[in-house]
Design a protein around this ligand. Sequence first.
Ligand code: ZN
Ligand code: ZN
Length: 471
Amino acid sequence: MSPASSAARVPPASDSPADAVPADLNIPDNYVAHTLKTQKALPPITWQNWYKNINWLSFTILTVTPAIGVIGAMFTPLRWETLLFSIFYYYLTGLGITAGYHRLWAHRSYNASLPLQYVLAMLGAGAVEGSIKWWSRGHRAHHRYTDTELDPYNAHKGFLYSHIGWMMFKPRRKPGVADVSDLTKNPVVRWQHRNYLSLLLIMAFIIPTAIPWLFWGDARGGYIYAGVLRLCFVHHSTFCVNSLAHWLGETPFDDKHTPRDHVITALVTIGEGYHNFHHQFPMDYRNAIKWYQYDPTKWFIWVCQQFGLASHLKVFPDNEVQKGQLTMQLKKLREKQEKIAWPSDNNDLPVISWESFQEQSLKRPLIVIAGFIHDVSDFIDEHPGGPHLIVKMIGKDATTAFFGGVYDHSNAAHNLLAMKRVGVLHGGFQPGVDDKAIPPSQRLKIARYNELSGSPYNSGTAYSDSEGLLG
Ligand SMILES: [Zn+2]
Ligand SMILES: [Zn+2]
C-alpha cells in the first residue's frame, strides 16, 4: 500500500495503533461553529417518534436492572452481612468510576501504578457504564463543550436528559471531538476494552454473588442486593454527576456554565459534588478543596499515594483558585453595590458660583461642605446635634465645623450628607481634600476594568519601554 493511500485510510474505531493519532489534530480552527453548521442533527425526539429512537442496549440495562432488583428484593430476605457487603461493594465499584474512569483516565489528575490501574479497571467494569475508553471519550467532550450541542450530556436539555435520557435514546448529534489517544496507548485501558464483557459479568454479578455465598451462604441475597440493586445505586449515583451537579448548589469559582457545588451531590456521588470547582480545575485530583468537605474519592487517591500506589497528584495553584473565588465574591458585591443609591458626583451636578450660592441660600437652606453644595431642608430637624448648629451654617462653608471643628462627624453622617448634594461650588475643591469630598462608602468600590481611568486595558496608547522582549 502506498503511503498516500494509507494516510487517506480512515482509522478503524476499535483500539488499534491507528487510534494513537490525536483525534483533534487536524480539526479546523472554527471547529465548533463549523460542526454545528455542517453536521445535521437528527430530528428532535417527540411523543410520536420516541419509540423509534430508543438505544435498546442502554435502555434494557437501565430498566431491566432496577426491575429485577425491586422484584427480587420483595422475595429475598436481606441479611445484615449482605447489606454491609453491598454498601462496601457499592463504594468499591463507585470508586472504580470516580477515582478510576473519571479522575485517573478521563482527567489524568494523578499517576497510578499498574496494580492500582488493573484494580480500578476491574472495579469500573463492575459499575456497568461502558469501557474506560468509551466513557472517557464522552466525558472529555462534556468538559470541552460543556452546556452546548456538542456536550453529550448537555445540562441545558433538562435534568432527566443529562441524568439518563442521553443514554436511553439515540443522541441527536455525535459528541464533539475529544482526543483519547493517550488512553488507546495504555495497556490496561486496551485490556479492559478487549475483555469488557467478561469483566462486566465477573465484577458486576459473579463476584458479588460468590462472596456472600462462600462466606455466609447467601448467594441469592448477594446477587439481588450486592449485584443488581447495588448496580442501580452506582448507576444513579454517578449519573447524578451529570444531572444534579449541573443543577443544585452554588457557583463559588465561576458562573459561566451550569456546574455547581453542593454537599448533597457530594454525598450521593462519592465526593464528585464539588462540580463547579471540578469544571474550573478538571486536572486537579480533588473535587473538594476544604478538608471537612465530603470527597472520599480524594481521600482514596491520597491513601493510595501513602502506600506508593499513586503518585504525581495534581493540585491547581491555590493562587489561581483564589482568583476564581474572589471574582465570584466581587460579582456578588457588585450586584449589592448596584442596588444601593449613591450620591450624585461632580459630573451630574451644576457648578455654582459663590455669589449664586449665597443668593440661592436665602430661598432654601444650602450649606457648603468640602466643595459640594447641600440642601439640608429635610434634615434640619433630624440633626442629632440640634437644628441650631445647621441653621447658623446656612449660606456658609461648614467644612471645618463638620470635620471636627465643632464635631468630628461619623462616617455614616458623611455618607448621608453626600446624598444631599445639589451642586458643586465653583473653585470649591482644594487639592488634597479627597478624603473630605469622597464619602467613606465610596472610597473603596467595585469597578469594571473599563470604568477605571488608569486601567491598562483602557489606555489608547500601548508602548514598550525596552527592546520589546516579553519579560
Ligand atoms: Zn459536568
Ligand atoms: Zn470531569
